[in-house]
Design a protein around this ligand. Sequence first.
Ligand SMILES: *[C@@H]1O[C@H](CO)[C@@H](O)[C@H](O)[C@H]1NC(C)=O
Ligand SMILES: *[C@@H]1O[C@H](CO)[C@@H](O)[C@H](O)[C@H]1NC(C)=O
Ligand SMILES: *[C@@H]1O[C@H](CO)[C@@H](O)[C@H](O)[C@H]1NC(C)=O
Ligand SMILES: *[C@@H]1O[C@H](CO)[C@@H](O)[C@H](O)[C@H]1NC(C)=O
Ligand SMILES: *[C@@H]1O[C@H](CO)[C@@H](O)[C@H](O)[C@H]1NC(C)=O
Length: 502
Amino acid sequence: MACNYQICTKENRNLFMPCELLSTEGYNKCDKRMVVGMWIIAFYLLGTVAGDEVCYPRLGCFSNDPPWSGIPGRLLTGLPESPEEMNISFSLYTRETGNNSQVISAINSSTIQNSHFSPHRRTSFIIHGFSSTGKKGWVVEMCLLLLEVENMNCIAVDWKEGAKGTYVCAVNNIRVLGAEVAYFIKTLQKLFRYSPREIHLIGHSLGAHTAGETGRRIRGIRRITGLDPAGPYFEGTPPEVRLDPTDANFVDVIHSNAAHFPATGFGMYNTTGHLDFYPNGGTLMPGCNDLLLEMKRTDFEALIADTTIFGSCHHSRSHEFYFKSILYPTGFIGYPCETYEDFKSGDCFPCPKQGCPMMGHHADRFPYKLKRVNQKYFLNTAAEPPFASWRQKVFIKLSGVKKMRGDINLIFHDTEGNTKEYEIASGVLSGDKVYTKYLDVEIDPKKTKKVEFLWNKTIFTLLWARMGAEAVNIIHGEDGRWSTFCGRGTVTYGVPQLLTPC
Ligand SMILES: *[C@@H]1O[C@H](CO)[C@@H](O)[C@H](O)[C@H]1NC(C)=O
Ligand SMILES: *[C@@H]1O[C@H](CO)[C@@H](O)[C@H](O)[C@H]1NC(C)=O
Ligand SMILES: *[C@@H]1O[C@H](CO)[C@@H](O)[C@H](O)[C@H]1NC(C)=O
Ligand SMILES: *[C@@H]1O[C@H](CO)[C@@H](O)[C@H](O)[C@H]1NC(C)=O
Ligand SMILES: *[C@@H]1O[C@H](CO)[C@@H](O)[C@H](O)[C@H]1NC(C)=O
């Protein structure tokens, strides 16, 4: 079996992997002797394995020549398993099938012709990553939700048997998987003159690079969405090895666990599409614990080996964001910016005249999406589902106060009775200052019913003190539009003051 390579065994893996996993910066910090030792051993091994190849019917041959093996960051990879060993399967979901998907196969194309597949509709393929499955869980849920919003063919690709071994074996296997998906698309072309322009590939982690491999083999695919494309063995490699903007007419990417020194992660940090979104900076997601950040490189290595934990919370957020973006198009707007620090400081607020793209499902609505490749976009999300937020800059002018200690807050209410409270300032407050803050408000401005001002005292504040908001100005990030709310008089602490449009 191709994957039982000597370089692929568990004993060896722990010895070789750590330095390879490091980002460029991390690489330099690696123990020099270890790096040298690793190279010597690697060259010794490569001497015995380079130039090998394996061929499979329908799909062709796969060699382990560079760039597939033997380049920096990819020293120890080998050859892929056969499609049968991976037990690759395609489950079709349509509005007719509902939850009862139909297993269809390009090898016996009558299964496609006898299915509910319609050549008059668009098709999405959902491809899972390492140590996951396409038979249940997020892949199936994604298909079912997509069908709610569009009458399409949704195909859940399963390669669980090829994704469950070691990470290195799964990395090798996606080459065959990508070829198998390409073969499936070629079959659709033959059967129905079905155009790749009708096809959207959505892949998570290794599934993202699988989509890239399919796109390398079939030109003109309408769109590939990479959901936190896997970093280890792909970061810094040539474009043919990984997902890149030439793999489809439009490539959009969500980075949710990008390995960015000193943080460890499963995702790629570098841009790899036309539009690259970095929610919350792209590395660590709010609402997930920070286990990864505290982890030493060696622990991270053990984590990758332990298949049960690989679906880290940060890494999985990318497909959760995509899922929610189907339902909340304007709740995931990305701001063009050089770095996350610039974004946080407000440098890239509000959206420029040409507008901002929406992260996730509706990214393809952005008119300038193909203008350049590797365009970076930043945004903050909420820590909990549905994760959507609307970035705003607020200004508060206080009334009824000269100088006082306390904190001032805004409460947003929506039409469904949800409320969200945000602290705008705290400490010594003064009446002649305007307090401003960037907020990622978890309530859609279009559904905002009312805004309230609320303040709280500290132990130093007089019990009978009063304060109010004279005016609250809000700039909406999406379009730079202003809204103004006014308050009347003052309130005592803990009592909300209603603000009305003025
Ligand atoms: C292989 O896939 C088929 C069809 O999806 C399924 O019925 C079968 O259980 C799978 N076999 C294994 C070993 O997972
Ligand atoms: C289909 O599956 C979804 C989610 O798995 C579930 O909520 C729904 O009730 C199912 N529908 C039917 C008809 O079984
Ligand atoms: C192909 O699939 C059809 C069902 O669509 C089945 O009846 C037939 O036996 C299959 N043929 C082969 C060679 O497996
Ligand atoms: C990041 O991507 C850019 C553009 O594709 C490329 O020029 C650069 O070398 C990449 N950097 C790394 C570390 O891979
Ligand atoms: C007001 O501040 C006190 C002390 O800092 C705190 O215990 C209390 O929970 C706050 N009340 C509100 C409504 O925020």
